[in-house]
Design a protein. Structure first.
Length: 379
């Protein structure tokens, strides 16, 4: 296994700084890693297309055509990572006890290496008898998914596997999220003159208390069999100008995690309801809410054969997969929303978005082998 070519490829990918510039100002972005991925695809005999989802931020799509018509299977993974704060050597991949450490090793360069290696094995092993395999490395998943949004306007498939880290389980659903901004307004005044001032921060406290009550209600409410309950948390808060003044403004940004079937405006609607309740209790209360951004939860159609096909392929590759759900959001929701039935399947590890991140190398190899098995049977 240490001599498996996929390990060298994984090392190369982890060694490339591809921190998302929408998360960290001035970060490297995906251009350099896109070139390495494109080189790998060309060396494997794939037809390669490079298309910018935003200036300097290219998706890379490779295509392997079979010898006869058949179905199209897509492998999809993102090439960007989160930042590296607190990491001593984020881009110096290190192997210890069967684990490869470095930023992006698990999220999700292990999965990207597996899908690229699967395409190479398919091409070098006599190719595909039928159908087509599309291998897509997309940008910006860690922020706004500009890459996946662009991908689905140009490429179609009968099914897709998003190689996010699942511990070699087959994930058929994941949560969504919605971001909402709330502003409360008061009246600025000298701190010694309470009759003249109105405290916007204390008024935001009422909002926070109501959101906490709502979160308890959500977490004690309806539960999805694979995903658990919806939830929310206060993410960012600021306000005021100086210690001796009544604050005239306070701002809060909160995140609501959603379940399949919940409306795309549920978090905003809940915030508006809270503000209306607070105004009713105190006519001087002044505040409003704004929907900032969101992505829907996702669940594959239960009638789709794709999860069962992948379970069988993964089992043949030596894994012991379960059908499960993931609490984090992924590009599978965008593919699914575009009519491409999608599941998540990728290697295990630990340290997502943390100062010590690793992927289990044996899982990367088994993920690759399962993708090869699936492509040969599905296409």
């Amino acid at each position: 296994m240490p001599n498996d070519p996929v390990v060298d490829l994984l090392r190369d990918l982890v060694a490339i700084d591809s921190v998302n510039p929408s998360l960290v100002a001035g970060a490297a972005g995906e251009l350099t890693i896109a070139r390495r991925i494109a080189d790998e695809m060309r060396a494997s005999g794939l037809t390669v297309e490079i298309r910018e989802a935003a200036p300097g931020r290219p998706n890379v799509v490779g295509t392997l055509d079979g010898r006869a018509p058949g179905r199209t299977l897509m492998f999809c993974g993102h090439s960007d990572t989160v930042g590296v704060a607190g990491m001593a050597r984020p881009f110096e991949p290190e192997m210890r006890e069967g684990r490869l450490y470095g930023r992006g090793a698990q999220d999700m360069k292990g999965g990207v290496a597996a899908m690229l290696s699967a395409a190479r094995m398919l091409a070098e092993g006599g190719g595909l008898a039928r159908g087509r395999v599309i291998v897509a490395a997309v940008v910006d998943e860690e922020h706004s998914s500009l890459g996946a949004d662009s991908l689905v306007t140009t490429h179609r498939a009968d099914a897709a596997v998003v190689t996010e880290p699942t511990g070699l389980d087959v994930a058929v659903a994941h949560k969504g999220f919605q971001w909402v901004s709330v502003e409360t307004r008061g009246r600025a005044a000298h701190g010694s003159r309470p009759r003249e001032g109105r405290d916007a921060i204390l008024r935001m406290g009422r909002v926070l208390a109501s959101l906490e009550t709502l979160d308890r209600h959500l977490q004690n409410g309806s539960s999805h069999p694979l995903l658990g309950t919806a939830s929310l948390h206060a993410s960012l808060i600021h306000g005021g100008r100086e210690l001796s003044s009544y604050p005239d403004r306070a701002w809060l940004e909160f995140e609501r995690r959603t379940l399949p079937g919940e409306p795309a405006t549920v978090a905003f609607d809940e915030a508006v309801s809270i503000l209306e309740m607070l105004r009713h209790a105190d006519p001087e209360f002044d505040g409003d809410a704004r929907a900032a951004f969101g992505r829907d939860a996702y669940e594959i159609d239960p009638a789709s054969p794709l999860p069962g096909d992948l379970v069988r392929a993964a089992t043949a590759a030596g894994a012991h997969p379960r059908l499960t759900g993931m609490t984090f959001w992924t590009d599978a929701a965008i593919l699914g929303g575009a009519g491409i039935p999608s599941v998540l399947f990728g290697p295990g590890g630990a340290g997502l978005h943390s100062p010590e991140e690793y992927v289990i190398v044996e899982d990367v190899c088994r993920c690759r082998d399962a993708l090869v098995q699936l492509a040969r049977s599905f296409c």
